[in-house]
Design a protein around this ligand. Structure first.
Ligand SMILES: C[S@@+](CC[C@H](N)C(=O)[O-])C[C@H]1O[C@@H](n2cnc3c(N)ncnc32)[C@H](O)[C@@H]1O
Length: 655
C-alpha cells in the first residue's frame, strides 16, 4: 500500500475518481488494521486470540533489500532467446520484493494464483533457516527506533524451531499477499507439523472471511503406524478478497460456459470427457441408431479398467438427445405436494402419484417436460415416472475437499523425468492443474506464481494446462537450492532440477528414454543473487538502473502501468502520477552525466507528452540546472536510492 509521506502529494487526491478514493481509503484502513494487529497485540490485549512468536512485532518493519534479477541466456530454453515463463534462482523473499515492480496486486493486476509449498519443518526436510533474528545489540537498538513494540526481555537468540519456521514463512505470506490480484487465490501446502501455526497466520494476514477451504490430499497409507495411518497433508485455500471473487463469480455466471454452474467453481465430472468422446464416436459409427449406440456403449463400459473413473458414472442410458440417467426424482420435497393426473403414454391411464405429490405445482410444467422427452415412464402406469438427466447437461460438479491421489504417482513422474532419488516428495502436477483450473475458471491467461519451485511441478502443471486447451497461462517459479540435497549441489539445483524438468517436459526427452509428448512452451532463467549496493548501482547500465529505481520507489507507486518505454529520460510514473526520469549516460563515461538545464527542458517536454504530473522526480548523479520545486525534484544517485534502502549509513561507514 502506498504511504503518503509527502504532504505535497495530498492535493492530488482531489483529482481521483470517487471510486478510486474509496478504494484508497479502504486499502489504507485495511493496512492500518493489519499493522495494528501485528504491532500492538501484546501491549493492548485488544485483539482476539492470535499467534505469538518471537519476531512477531518486527517482521512487517523489516526492510527486504531488493535484488538484481538478471537473465541467464545459456540456462534459458531455447538457449539464446528464452521465453514466456520464468524460473528464478534466488531467495524467494527478495525475489517477491523485486517482483512487486511488475506484479503489485490490484483489481486487475498481480497473480491469479500463488501456490506455496514451503518446507514443512519436519526436521529432515529442506528447511534451512537464515537466522536474521540473531540481531546484535546495535541492530536491535536501531530496530527499536523504527518499531515501537519490540518485545522486552525476550531473548532473541536461540529461537525454537517453530519460531524459526514462522519467522521464515510470515514475511513470505505477507509478500505473497501484496502480489495477488484482488480476485486471486493463494494455496499453501502443509502437513501436521506446522498446520496450526500456518492456519493462525493465514487467518490474521488474509482474514477469516477470506478462507475458502482446507483441502486434504490423502496420498499414502502407513501400515506400520501405531495409532492411525496419517497419510494425508493439507492445502489451505484463501482468497485475497472474497468479495472481489464473489463479484467475479457473478460476471462468470453471465458467460455461456459457466451459466449452468451459476458462475461457481465447478470441475468436470471424473470420466465425463471420456464417456462423451466414446458416445460421439459410437453415434458416428452407427448412424445415430439409438439401440446400436446403446450396445456399443455397453461394450465400451465393460472394457474399462476396474479403477477407471467413468465406471462410477450413472449416465449409461441412451436416447436421441444423448446419454442420460433416469434417477431424477419427481417427488414434492417434504410432503403435501400437488396430485394431478399424468397419463401413461402406452396404457393411457393415470400413473401412480408419488406419496408426497408431484414436484411441479403446475401440470403445464410437467406436460412441457413430457413433450421435451425429459420424463422416463415405467413400463406401465403402476410405476412412478422419473426425471431424465443428461450427461452433457450435468458434466460439471462441485469439487470436494478430499483428494485421494497416491503420492507415488508424482514420485514416478519425477523419476521418469529426471531419474531416481533426485527429489523427495514432489507434488502431483495433475492435481495442481485441476486445482489451478478450478480456482481460475479455466482462465487461459492466468498468471501463476510458485515461490518454492522444487522439482518444477507447478511449471509442469501449467505447461500441461496450456497444451490441453491452447492457453496462454504463464508461470514464475523461484528456487534457492537445497543444501541438503545429496545429488545436486545447491548452486546448480535450480538449473539442474527445477529448470531441467521444464526443459524435458517441453522437449519430450525424459530420463526414461520413452516417447513423451512435447508440451509447447519456453522460459527465461534468471539469477537473483546480487544485492543492490553502491558499487552495483554505479556500475549499472541505464535499463538496469531504471529497473532498480522503479523497484525501490515501489512503496510509493503502482508498478503495473507505471513503466514507460521509448523516452530518452522518462522511465515511469508513481502511483499518484508523478513522473520519474533518469539521466544516465551510457558508453564512454558511464553514469557521470549531470542534470543540465538543457536536459531538464527535454524531460519537461517528455513529461508533457506522457501527461504525467509535476514535479517530476529526476534521478542523476549531479544537478547543474536551476532549482524549481514545482517542476522537478532532483534525486541524487546513488544516495537517494541507498537512503530508501536504509543503506546510506552503512555505505558511508565503509567508505
Ligand atoms: C517442499 S519443496 C517444494 C516442492 C515442489 N512443490 C515440488 O513439487 O517439487 C520446497 C522447496 O523450496 C525451496 N526453498 C526453501 N526455502 C526457499 C527460499 N527461501 N527461497 C527459494 N526456495 C526455497 C527448497 O529448496 C525446496 O526445493
Amino acid at each position: 500500500m502506498a504511504k503518503i509521506k509527502n504532504p505535497t502529494e495530498l492535493p492530488i487526491l482531489g483529482t481521483l475518481e470517487k471510486e478510486e478514493l474509496i478504494k484508497l481509503v479502504e486499502e489504507l484502513q485495511e493496512e492500518k488494521l493489519l499493522r495494528e494487529a501485528f504491532g500492538h497485540i501484546s501491549e493492548t490485549g485488544s485483539n482476539d486470540a492470535a499467534l505469538m512468536w518471537r519476531g512477531r512485532n518486527r517482521f512487517l518493519a523489516e526492510q527486504v533489500q531488493p535484488v538484481v534479477i538478471s537473465p541467464v541466456k545459456e540456462k534459458s530454453y531455447p538457449k539464446r532467446n528464452g521465453g514466456e515463463h520464468r524460473i528464478i534462482d534466488g531467495d524467494n523473499l527478495a525475489v517477491m520484493r523485486s517482483l512487486l515492480t511488475e506484479f503489485r496486486g490490484g483489481p486487475k493486476t498481480g497473480f491469479d494464483v500463488i501456490y506455496m509449498d514451503p518446507p514443512y519443518n519436519t526436521g529432515t526436510d529442506t528447511f534451512a533457516y537464515n537466522d536474521n533474528y540473531n540481531l546484535s545489540k546495535a541492530e536491535l537498538d536501531q530496530l527499536k527506533k523504527k518499531v515501537r513494540y519490540v518485545e522486552k526481555g525476550v531473548s532473541l537468540d536461540d529461537p525454537s524451531k517453530h519460531t524459526k519456521w514462522i519467522n521464515h514463512i510470515a514475511p513470505r505470506l505477507w509478500a505473497a499477499r501484496k502480489l495477488m490480484k484482488h480476485t486471486g487465490v493463494i494455496i499453501v501446502s502443509i502437513d501436521e507439523h506446522e498446520l496450526p501455526r500456518l492456519w493462525m497466520l493465514m487467518e490474521e494476514m488474509f482474514g477469516e472471511k477470506n478462507r475458502l477451504a482446507t483441502l486434504i490430499w490423502e496420498r499414502s497409507r502407513k501400515n506400520d503406524a501405531s495409532y492411525f495411518s496419517e497419510g494425508h497433508e493439507y492445502l489451505l485455500v484463501w482468497a485475497r478478497d472474497e468479495r472481489a471473487l464473489n463479484e467475479k463469480m457473478k460476471v462468470m455466471a453471465t458467460l455461456k460456459e459457466w451459466e449452468r454452474a451459476k458462475g461457481k467453481w465447478r470441475k468436470r465430472k471424473d470420466g465425463a470427457d471420456e464417456i462423451l468422446m466414446a458416445y460421439a464416436e459410437a453415434k458416428l459409427a452407427h448412424n445415430s441408431d439409438v439401440s446400436k449406440i446403446q450396445l456399443a456403449m455397453n461394450e465400451w463400459f465393460k472394457a474399462l479398467p476396474q479403477d477407471h473413473p467413468a465406471r462410477k458414472n450413472r449416465y449409461k442410458k441412451i436416447d436421441e438427445e444423448g446419454m442420460f440417467n433416469d434417477d431424477g426424482d419427481l417427488n414434492w420435497p417434504g410432503g403435501g405436494g400437488p396430485r394431478y393426473d399424468v397419463i401413461h403414454p402406452v396404457t393411457k391411464k393415470p400413473c401412480k402419484v408419488p406419496a408426497s405429490g408431484w414436484r411441479f405445482p403446475d401440470p403445464a410444467d410437467m406436460e412441457a417436460l413430457i413433450k421435451a422427452g425429459k420424463i422416463a415412464f415405467k413400463k406401465t402406469h403402476a410405476g412412478v415416472p422419473r426425471l431424465k438427466k443428461y450427461l452433457h447437461e450435468s458434466d460439471l460438479e462441485v469439487a470436494t475437499s478430499v483428494f485421494k491421489i497416491v503420492g507415488q504417482r508424482a514420485v514416478d513422474t519425477v523419476e521418469k523425468l529426471l531419474g531416481k532419488n533426485v527429489f523427495d516428495s514432489p507434488k502431483d502436477h495433475e492435481m495442481l492443474a485441476e486445482l489451478f483450473n478450478l480456482v481460475t475458471w479455466r482462465d487461459k491467461e492466468a498468471r501463476i506464481f510458485d515461490p518454492y519451485g522444487g522439482s518444477g511441478t507447478t511449471g509442469h502443471a501449467v505447461l500441461a494446462m496450456n497444451a490441453e486447451d491452447g492457453g496462454n497461462r504463464r508461470f514464475i517459479l523461484v528456487e534457492s537450492g537445497d543444501p541438503r540435497n545429496k545429488k545436486i549441489p545447491k548452486k546448480d539445483y535450480t538449473d539442474r532440477l527445477t529448470a531441467e524438468r521444464i526443459r524435458r517436459v517441453i522437449t519430450g526427452k525424459w530420463a526414461d528414454g520413452k516417447a513423451h509428448p512435447k508440451l509447447p512452451g519456453s522460459f527465461t532463467f534468471y539469477t537473483a543473487h546480487k544485492a543492490i549496493d553502491k558499487a552495483m548501482l554505479m556500475a549499472s547500465d541505464r535499463e538496469n538502473l531504471a529497473d532498480i529505481i522503479l523497484q525501490i520507489v515501489e512503496e510509493d507507486s503502482n508498478r503495473q502501468d507505471c513503466r514507460f518505454e521509448g523516452y530518452e529520460y522518462l522511465i515511469g510514473k508513481t502511483r499518484l502520477g508523478y513522473g520519474i526520469a533518469l539521466v544516465w549516460e551510457q558508453g564512454r563515461m558511464r553514469g557521470h552525466q549531470p542534470l543540465t538545464r538543457d536536459i531538464r527542458s527535454k524531460i519537461m517536454a517528455e513529461a508533457e507528452q506522457a501527461g504525467v504530473t509535476k514535479p517530476v522526480y529526476i534521478y542523476a548523479v549531479a544537478n547543474t540546472s536551476p532549482q524549481n520545486d514545482k517542476l522537478y525534484r532532483f534525486q541524487q544517485i546513488p544516495d537517494s536510492l541507498l537512503a530508501r534502502l536504509n543503506l546510506l549509513e552503512e555505505e558511508e561507514n565503509n567508505d
